[in-house]
Design a protein. Structure first.
Length: 134
């Protein structure tokens, strides 16, 4: 069930993604060491880096959306931005729930992926650019 569910983790329909998250969180809370090892072993570990990549893309899409809205505000601009922020917020809560499930290897996989895919390549360079402009 877990393997089939994560195949749909990045489905375009948000209700499908919500169902996947429900299934995965239930699996993470089983509390069985064999299940924990299975989740934290290859190739299942790719799910967590793919999840962070998906989150990174959502953040970059929000940045583009805000930039475009500042240049050319439209009638649906505010609702589109709010919807994008809601999706990002949902992902942050999901990350928190997964890490709180108490599987140390999974928590490390997520935090390492956040560092390697989001913080180091995107956030840190943007801070350096801000510092130069000050």
């Amino acid at each position: 069930l877990y393997v089939e569910a994560i195949r749909f983790a990045f489905h375009e329909e948000s209700m499908v993604r919500t169902a996947v998250r429900t299934v995965t969180l239930n699996v993470y809370h089983v509390g069985d060491e064999c299940v924990n090892r299975y989740i934290a072993s290859a190739p299942h570990t790719n799910y967590f880096s793919n999840l962070v990549s998906f989150f990174r893309n959502q953040c970059m899409d929000l940045n583009r959306l805000v930039s475009e809205t500042l240049k050319n505000p439209g009638p649906d601009s505010t609702s589109a931005i709010i919807a994008a922020v809601d999706e990002i917020e949902d992902n942050l809560y999901y990350f928190s729930d997964v890490i709180s499930a108490g599987i140390p290897d999974v928590g490390r996989l997520i935090t390492d992926s956040i560092l390697m895919l989001l913080i180091f390549p995107i956030l840190l360079p943007s801070l350096r650019l801000l510092d130069v402009n000050v």
